[in-house]
Design a binder for this molecule. Structure first.
Ligand code: C5P
Length: 190
């Protein structure tokens, strides 16, 4: 059994909030795996690699440096090639790109290997779509979190609005349902 609290569920269901609070409560690291897929999409964009070019992505991943470090606020945050990309990971374009690169088996395998390496003798919280089912089927604690699409879309729209991105909630809902469909119907780790 791995000392992992695995939190699975669709986007905007509340996984990050729950994971962050658990990590603060127990003083353990928190790994948001969605940001890893987002980092792959961002790196591909920066290097001019197509988001569905499996061979190109695989080659890129061999030299990509992704890890988690404590940021100035003391939270665990993804670093890409030694720097925090921060908000650059949170754009709608990178979200869509993340769900595209996530359909490529070589990308999932590479990230899964990184994620498994992070677990060890110390507890950690890891959240994503497939952490309890695929990455850590041997996790000691598993949570599946979900909410109605309308509730998730309202939450995501409010998040975007807070960042000055005023997207109508029905547009957010359409994009979210499309991403749900792609995530749940893909061949690998649906
Ligand atoms: O959770 P977040 O919105 O940051 O995830 C971005 C995309 O990364 C998701 O739409 C999904 O396609 C992919 N993902 C995944 N497996 C995970 C985490 C994220 O396929 N464990």
């Amino acid at each position: 059994m791995q000392k992992v609290i695995a939190i699975d569920g669709p986007s905007a269901s509340g996984k990050s909030t729950l994971a962050r609070n658990l990590a603060a409560r127990f003083q353990i690291p928190y790994i948001n795996t969605g940001s890893m897929f987002r980092a792959v999409a961002l790196a591909a964009q920066r290097r001019g690699v197509d988001r569905q070019d499996a061979a190109g992505l695989e080659a890129m991943l061999r030299e990509l440096d992704i890890d988690y470090r404590r940021n100035a606020a003391g939270d665990w945050e993804l670093a890409l090639d030694g720097e925090f990309p921060g908000e650059a990971l949170r754009t709608a374009d990178i979200a869509a790109g993340a769900s595209l690169v996530a359909t490529v088996p070589a990308v999932r395998e590479a990230l899964k290997a990184m994620q498994r390496k992070m677990a060890g003798s110390q507890w950690l919280v890891m959240e994503g779509r497939d952490i309890g089912t695929n990455v850590f089927p041997d996790a000691e604690v598993k949570v599946f979190l979900t909410a109605r699409p309308e509730v998730r879309a309202a939450r995501r729209a409010a998040e975007l609005r807070a960042k000055g991105d005023d997207v109508p909630v029905d547009e957010v809902l359409t994009a979210l349902l499309e991403r749900d469909r792609r995530d749940s119907e893909r061949d690998v780790a649906p």
